[in-house]
Design a protein around this ligand. Structure first.
Ligand SMILES: [Zn+2]
Length: 284
């Protein structure tokens, strides 16, 4: 069956014939919350060896939907990165589908938290599906193990947390996030010429190149704001956050601090800022 459908109400658009070359069953992980927004999407590519992109969180409704779409369970579960909303359902999936293989790019200190016999995925590796190969594209930055799965025939990218329509992506700089890597990963995805991105959060992205351009512009703007805050006398991350994000909800301060740290680390790598303990200054 050709086509593309979502199992829960969300924004969707008709596909052109050219794009309509990959059959994807979209399954919601049933995990709405402060960190996941309306929750995660997982994607099942059916066929003789069904492949599931991301494991969800082990919610019974998600597990039921996976097994309904792929009787016997998926043959292969590919995890885009080891953040809990993408990986924590792996042991529950394994209990439902004992023969399933679990694949990801290694991030040893995080992967060990889940009782699953992980198989190592590598950049450039191809995974067979009923609609042709998916290519593994290592896209670190949001997390060191982050991947995109690329379906060349339909120019579709399964983008995990690389892109989210309507917002930027958090770079958790104190927990494996590296902004310079993230920007490189965005450019790498852009170079593939994607026509459609299927993200783990939010609606399908029909104009991924425009979203990437917007992200790159936003990062440049944010970088200038960080430099301006430093030259204006803000020397610590909380002081920079207070200048950049006025009126920020207290629950979001830690995330904003991670984002500012990510920018500072990038600028430090370019020898444009320097630090002494918790204090930062313009270099030179
Ligand atoms: Zn994530």
């Amino acid at each position: 069956m050709a086509g593309f459908r979502r199992s829960a109400p969300t924004i969707d658009r008709p596909l052109t014939a050219e794009l309509d070359r990959v059959n994807v069953v979209t399954l919601h992980a049933a995990n709405p919350g402060p960190m996941t927004g309306s929750g995660n999407w997982t994607y099942l590519l059916p066929g003789p060896h069904p492949l599931l992109v991301d494991a969800g969180v082990g919610h019974a409704g998600h597990l039921d939907a996976v097994v309904a779409a792929a009787p016997g369970g998926p043959a292969v579960v590919v995890v885009t990165h080891a953040h809990a909303d993408h990986v924590s359902g792996a042991p529950a999936l394994r209990a439902r589908a004992p023969a399933a293989r679990f694949l990801k790019v290694p991030w040893p200190e995080s992967d060990a938290a889940w009782d699953v016999p992980w198989e190592v995925l590598a950049d450039g590796q191809e995974l067979e599906t009923a609609d042709g190969p998916l290519q593994v594209v290592h896209t670190p930055g949001h997390a060191p193990d982050h991947i995109v799965l690329w379906h060349e025939a339909s120019r579709t990218a399964f983008t995990g947390d690389l892109l989210v329509r309507g917002t930027t992506v958090v770079i958790p700089a104190s927990r494996g996030g590296v902004l310079a890597d993230y920007l490189r990963s965005l450019r790498r995805l852009a170079a593939l010429g994607p026509r459609r991105a299927l993200p783990a959060h939010g609606p399908v992205i029909d104009d991924p190149l425009a979203v990437i351009d917007g992200y790159l512009a936003h990062r440049r703007e944010r970088e200038q704001q960080v430099l301006d805050a430093l030259s204006g006398g803000a020397a610590t991350i909380p002081a920079i956050v207070a200048r950049l994000y006025q009126g920020l909800h207290p629950a979001l301060v830690a995330m904003a601090e991670e984002s500012v740290l990510a920018h500072l680390v990038l600028l430090e790598g370019e020898a444009r800022v320097a630090r002494d303990g918790a204090a930062w200054r313009l270099a030179g």
